[in-house]
Design a binder for this molecule. Structure first.
Ligand code: MSP
Length: 655
């Protein structure tokens, strides 16, 4: 992909009378990520989305509601516009194919092709699918149903206008072969090439007689016809540049598009119809058409009839805009199909966002608040641990992240960012700043650790910006940094050490609160069903066992005991006894609910290295999941937690 000069990115224009679903949100969020990424890197960017408003379905729906089609469209358009606002989509323009200026451009192009004799009138007879608004040939139609939507087709015979698409077959094959990034991913490119090399490309019917469909753009050379909806719709990518950019004079410089993002089902219309239309109009072809995969829901096709359509509005309201954006792009490699489940989303949010990045931010700010009067300290001497983190952050910002985003490997870019989050959390566990804070002689080292934690968070805020714009700005604001990511970021802000000592932090509410899967009506986070209040799993203490039977060594060896460092602790509301702990086992983090609240204040627990039963089935205590059990001495009343005096890495086995 070009990495300099202007950047023009588009989404498909969505059918106005569709209810916005996760598929629409997916493409639009992905396009937004690329637009934000390139704006931040200083490329002049134009990001276009919009609505496809003509065609039979709109005409029928309007008739059913007893209103004219334009009023119908005007009523429906805000459902998309409002969703994009809610999802923080930074589109530069919003096109509607009923815009008068768009219609003029379509008519101008039609006239141009007609004048060049690239459009001709002919008889046509074929199988027509009203739902898909397209003809099928005899061999496509098995048992009288549409091969796409499986609805009945009808035999139609009519005069229509045709675009000489077939004559561009060789030119198109040649273009695809010469430009290996024109159709992506590679597998889709091969599919299109395979089809073009084995089947004769026919001409394209680009009109519909008004007697059958009147809601469309009238043909400039025959007022008895309107334009086929796809011919009209595809032109939006060029027509928008004529009248929508804020500075009209630069609009045309954006063509050709750098990326058309589309779903796999509409690749042919883009790769074949649109490309040949552009060839006929002597316009350059887009640099890349990228076809992403489809979402199923809990393993099933998403459809209104199944009642499993995922509403992006609801997802954003319930889980947060950034968490939803993160999930969409983290879960599935862009280009492949993926499955959506609430359980999957909650697990991701809790493990990556709440326990990972959110926790790193909250402990950094808490420690700076408590030990440095809320001011970023001057770093003391740094050692190998700090250098390792610095290097990880720098190579993330300069190499790994650009490489993955530029390849549209969103999931890998997020994986790379979260690798650094994990390294940072491990650094905190190892350096144990809460212990350093206890000794005056460690004051210098404490400052080094806290500065490093805050600086890594500043770097992470830049890295996450394109996917999670609001969270990135929040991290900055809480660190007291005034970077404005909607504009180009000066290159030196990606250098290590930009965070100014002396800056006052502003700790705010938790960035990503943990989500309780029960209150969200989701399936349990774990695969195996867990009892809601199993007394045996109440992680308070190991009960004394006066008359308990003896066990064999093999039985005992089944219990996995491990050391864990307490990262954060808070009381469970309405419980005297329960404290919710986030603990680190080195390579993973867990949440444990322990009945130690009568003995300990949460603050006194942070930083302690304790012993836990690591292979206990998760259980719920007062509706909160506990992923293990803390060992403590005492019977009904806890007398003391088992802690480790020596420096032992979290996650070490205890025998
Ligand atoms: N109006 C045409 C596009 C014209 S572009 C010049 C259209 N509109 S649509 O409303 O049906 O758009 C659908 C977009 O959503 C397509 O890119 C399609 O692939 C995508 N998706 C529809 N269902 C989807 C999933 N279940 N999962 C992911 N994307 C899906 O087609």
């Amino acid at each position: 992909m070009a990495t300099s000069g202007k950047f023009y990115i588009t989404t498909p224009i969505y059918y106005v009378n569709d209810v916005p679903h996760i598929g629409h949100a997916y493409t639009t969020v992905a396009a937004d990520v690329l637009a934000r990424y390139w704006r931040l890197r200083g490329r002049e960017t134009f990001f276009l989305t919009g609505l496809d408003e003509h065609g039979q379905k709109v005409q029928q729906a309007a008739a059913k509601s007893g209103i004219d089609p334009q009023t119908h469209c005007d009523k429906l358009a805000p459902q998309f516009e409002n969703l994009w606002k809610k999802l923080n989509i930074s589109n530069d323009a919003f096109i509607r194919t009923t815009d008068a200026q768009h219609k003029k451009v379509v008519q101008r192009y039609l006239q141009e092709l007609f004048d060049k004799q690239l459009i001709y009138k002919a008889d046509y007879s074929g199988w027509y699918c009203t739902f898909d608004e397209r003809f099928w040939t005899e061999k496509d139609v098995a048992d009288g149903v549409c091969p796409d939507c499986k609805r009945p087709v009808e035999k139609l015979s009519e005069h229509n206008y045709f675009f000489k698409m077939g004559q561009y077959q060789d030119q198109l094959i040649d273009h695809i072969k010469k430009h290996d990034r024109f159709i992506r991913p590679e597998s889709r490119r091969n599919e299109v090439l395979g089809f073009l090399q084995t089947q004769k490309l026919s001409d394209l019917s680009i009109s519909r007689p008004k007697s059958r469909l009147s809601w469309g753009i009238e043909l400039p050379f025959d007022t008895d016809y309107v334009t086929y909806v796809w011919f009209d719709a595809l032109v939006n990518y060029v027509s928008a540049l004529e009248y929508l950019p804020r500075e009209k004079s630069v609009g045309h410089d954006f063509w050709p598009a750098n990326i058309h993002l589309v779903g796999k089902d509409i690749l042919t219309t883009h790769a074949v119809y649109w490309s040949t239309m552009l060839m006929a109009l002597n316009l350059p072809l887009p640099e890349t058409i990228f076809a992403h995969g489809w979402w199923t829901v809990d393993g099933e096709k998403m459809s209104k009839s199944r009642g499993n359509v995922v509403d992006p509005n609801k997802m954003a309201d319930e889980f947060g805009v950034d968490a939803f954006r993160y999930f969409l792009l983290r879960e599935v490699p862009f280009g492949q199909d993926g499955d959506f489940s609430l359980t999957g989303m909650i697990t991701r949010i809790n493990s990556d966002l709440a326990n990972g990045l959110g926790n790193l931010l909250s402990r950094t700010l808490t420690l700076i608040e408590r030990t440095q009067g809320g001011v970023i300290p001057v770093s003391g001497n740094t050692g190998p641990a700090e250098h390792e983190l610095e290097q990880a952050a720098m190579s993330l910002l300069r190499e790994t992240l650009p490489r993955h985003i530029e390849q549209l490997e969103f999931n890998r870019s997020l994986e790379a960012i979260w690798h650094v989050v994990q390294l940072a959390n491990q650094y905190v566990d190892k350096t144990a700043p809460w212990t350093l804070a206890k000794n005056e002689r460690d004051a210098e080292q404490l400052k080094t650790v806290l500065y490093t934690m805050a600086e890594i968070l500043r770097c992470l805020s830049i890295a996450i910006y394109a996917v999670m714009p609001k969270s990135a700005q929040t991290i900055c604001a809480q660190l007291g940094v005034s970077d404005e990511f909607a504009q180009t970021l000066p290159i030196d802000r990606t250098k290590w050490g930009c965070l100014m000592p002396g800056t006052a932090i502003q700790k705010g509410p938790s960035l990503f609160p943990r989500i309780d899967s029960k209150t969200q009506g989701a399936k349990p986070v774990t695969e195996s069903p867990v009892p809601s209040q199993p007394t045996a799993a109440i992680p308070t203490s190991i009960p004394a066992a006066p008359a308990s039977p003896q066990i064999t060594i093999d039985e005992f060896m089944k219990v996995q005991l491990k050391t864990a460092t307490i990262l954060s602790a808070e009381r469970v509301p309405k419980s005297e006894k329960l404290i919710k702990l986030q603990v680190s086992l080195g390579s993973e983090q867990r949440q444990i609910v322990a009945g130690i609240g009568k003995k300990y204040e949460p603050d006194a627990l942070v930083g302690k290295t304790i012993v836990i039963v690591a292979n206990l089935k998760p259980a719920k205590l007062m509706g909160i999941e506990s992923q293990g059990m803390v060992l403590a001495a005492g019977d009904a009343d806890v007398r003391g937690l088992l802690t480790i005096q020596e420096e032992v890495d979290p996650g070490t086995k205890v025998k």
